[in-house]
Write a protein that binds this ligand. Structure first.
Ligand code: IVH
Length: 683
């Protein structure tokens, strides 16, 4: 057959496959959704008019098929094994030693291919003559489940390899997972419909892949990353793992951008730390790094022990989720009076620290998760994020079958736990608030703790416990009192619990040193609702001085980039309050801040220009580069868009560089950046 329809169907498939690849694998879409939909519809129409044109690899086959009764079993030609784990540098060093000994190359630095350990589930994809024909879960390693129909719906998986001369048989192994943004969307939608949510992206991916109705899977947006190959016939592959990964990538299989090659234990540990730093910023969850001896011939020599290879190991980050017991649920009062339910937990080691409290966010969230005293809960601590309760293990609720449960569902209190003032919850807001403002000691304490914090006035040594005592003893009621020597002095401080003469002296000095901080820090330190660090910087740069800022009405405030009506109203409300004006006046008398110059007068050479940083610069740290750009009037943002003026790229840049190239954004190296900055001193 060589009809016009057949030619057009082939053309449409190629266009749609290309669009899928750019969208789902490269994360850089090139055609609008409407165009994509139009192409897909045209192909669907063509195929329903000419059913003989339908091919198994057609993108129309990605929408899911009729539900199955159960999954067929698939025997793996080569078993899908697991990896041994390492939790410390010593265990990594022991692994490397075993590798060197096993290869009889004790004195060499072995080359390793290193990559993230994806937190999803393992699958095998089979391509016959370059065409996707079957996919299976890992199962018990020897036999898995046939989830072909479900895997067809995963748009990141190519239905045909980009290869004019594909192997007769190729088994690709990798991990199916759900990107965090897709997970958030899925849970949000479930919540809106009052349905069950998934505890984490891994569970969501597993639940979605193992759907007997693949039309449900199709709606779930799963992703895939390849990390190896299984059975290969009728084709020659590169002789290193890194080479195989590149080879797969060239055939349009998604492989991790974060893969590298390193040598020896130092190289492995360096990668582990770098990846750890990138971890929170990755679009998907990982639970460690995987190290593989790079040369495949060496892998063969090393072979396997029991069910794990000797040539590879998983180096795990500390677990980010653990189970523990809820001992109580308290309500905490925040800086702006927000009441937050907090679960008091039996101490548990998670994410590298011991956790005893976890936030339940707000009343709705606490009730949705239905957390009660006595419950066993999953606690999660990821990166520097505040620990949170992910969900309750319902099977472990004590006496859960009683008609009258042991503890009732959580209910927010009507009065503030700290000052007894009434609590309100405004229409459309998730948070309940204490109505007592700074007359509430808890709000007062939080306001002072925030004022002194590192990114605000940076008063070293003024921690929570000390602020508690200062406020409780009536020494300090506002941030301004900190600078009043009649209230805060060495003698008064030395009289407090856990304060010696030396630490009292140090604190007095730290308070002194904080006088005259730049305006941006001071504005941030005031703790105005909705005014974070970046907004404070924008305001300081725009107004230059505190007087201009205090005089600005809402319209004037909204002239500042990124300040909208909500932020402007919040600032106005704060600055109009008599109490706040008195405190600011007292802080002025204490010389707490130094005005800068208004933007209009200063107009740095990079005024109005937006920068994005990616990769490691030769000498400047990220923070230094950011500070210099900002000192010159420029702005640094996190992601590349059409509004970005420059992308500053260093070694090992991420996808931002690719994005910059696609959007035709000018890319600078450090030298070129320095050229632009010429004549601007550091701030
Ligand atoms: S290689 C023979 N590489 O970890 C070794 N596995 O404990 C085969 N996994 O079932 C596995 N990321 O689901 C490998 N980059 C990666 C991985 C990875 C995640 C999972 C995989 C496997 C388990 C082994």
């Amino acid at each position: 057959m060589g009809s016009e329809e057949e030619r057009r169907a082939r053309e449409l498939r190629a266009l749609i496959d290309e669009a899928n690849y750019r969208y789902y694998v490269l994360d850089a879409p090139t055609i609008p959704d409407s165009e994509y939909d139009r192409l897909l519809r045209e192909l669907q129409d063509l195929e329903s008019a000419h059913p003989e044109l339908v091919t198994p690899d057609s993108p129309t086959q990605r929408i899911g098929a009729a539900p199955l009764k159960d999954f067929a079993q698939v025997a793996h030609a080569l078993p899908m094994l697991s990896l041994n784990n390492a939790f410390s540098e010593a265990e990594v060093a022991a692994f490397d030693r075993r590798v060197r000994e096993g290869l009889g190359r004790e004195d060499e630095q072995i080359e390793y291919a290193v990559e993230p350990k994806f937190d999803g589930l393992a699958v095998a994809l089979h391509y016959r003559d370059g065409c996707f024909v079957q996919g299976a879960t890992r199962g018990d390693g020897y036999t898995g489940e046939d989830v072909t129909a479900n895997l067809r719906t995963v748009k990141a998986i190519p239905m045909r390899l980009q290869d004019p001369n594909p192997p007769a048989w190729l088994e690709v192994r990798g991990e199916v997972l759900m990107l965090r943004r897709d997970f958030d969307r899925l849970n949000e939608a479930a919540r809106a419909r009052d349905e069950k949510t998934f505890a984490n992206p891994r569970n969501a991916a597993a639940g979605s892949l193992r759907q007997l109705d693949s039309r449900i899977t199709a709606r779930r947006r799963l992703s895939f990353f390849a990390y190896g190959v299984g059975r290969v016939e009728g084709g020659a592959l590169p002789d290193t793992h890194a080479g195989v990964m590149d080879w797969l990538a060239a055939r349009r299989l998604p492989v991790s951008e974060a893969r590298r090659q390193v040598r020896g234990v130092d190289g492995l540990m360096g990668y582990f730390h770098d990846l750890g730093e990138k971890r929170a910023g990755l679009p998907y969850d990982i639970d460690g790094a995987v190290y593989k001896v790079n040369r495949l011939a060496d892998q063969d020599i090393l072979g396997f022990v029991a069910r794990a290879p000797r040539f590879a190991i998983a180096h795990k980050y500390p677990a980010q989720e653990e189970l523990t017991l809820v001992e109580a649920i308290d309500v905490q009062v925040g800086r702006t009076g927000t009441l937050t339910p907090v679960a008091r937990l039996a101490p548990v080691f998670v994410g590298g620290v011991t956790v005893t409290n976890a936030t339940l966010h707000n009343e709705d969230e606490a009730r949705r998760k239905d957390v009660r005293v006595g419950d066993t809960v999953i606690v999660r601590r990821a990166g520097d994020v505040i620990p949170e309760v992910v969900g309750v293990v319902m099977e472990r609720r004590p006496m859960k079958d009683l008609v009258t449960p042991l503890y009732p569902p959580f209910r927010m209190r009507d009065t503030c736990p700290e000052c007894g003032a009434p609590v309100v919850r405004l229409e459309g807001e998730a948070a309940a608030r204490c109505t007592n403002g700074l007359a509430c000691p808890a709000q007062r304490k939080q306001a002072i703790i925030h004022f002194a914090s590192r990114r605000a006035m940076d008063i070293d040594g003024l921690g929570d416990k000390l602020v508690d005592q200062l406020v409780d003893k009536g020494l300090v009621a506002t941030p301004a009192d900190l600078y009043d020597p009649a209230k805060v002095n060495k003698a008064a401080l030395a009289g407090l619990e856990r304060m010696a003469d030396k630490s009292a002296e140090n604190l007095v000095q730290a308070i002194e040193a904080s006088r005259g901080r730049p305006l941006a820090r001071f504005i941030f330190a005031l703790g105005i609702r909705h005014v974070g660090e970046q907004t404070a910087k924008d305001l300081a740069r725009y107004f230059g001085g505190m007087a201009g800022f205090m005089a600005a009405d809402e319209d004037a405030l909204m002239a500042v980039p990124d300040v909208g009506p909500v932020v402007a109203a919040s600032i106005r409300a704060f600055l109009s309050e008599a109490h706040n004006q008195t405190v600011i006046q007292a802080l002025d008398n204490a010389g707490a801040w130094t005005d800068g110059e208004a933007a209009a007068r200063l107009a740095g050479p990079l005024e109005g220009k937006t920068f994005v940083l990616t990769g490691t610069l030769p000498t400047l740290t990220r923070d230094e580069a950011k500070a210099r750009i900002e000192a010159a009037g420029g702005k640094v943002t996190a992601s590349v868009s059409r509004k970005t003026d420059f992308v500053v790229a260093g070694a090992e840049p991420g996808s931002k560089l690719k994005k910059a190239r696609e959007l035709d954004v000018r890319v600078l190296d450090q030298d070129e950046l320095m050229e632009l900055l010429k004549g601007v001193s550091e701030s």
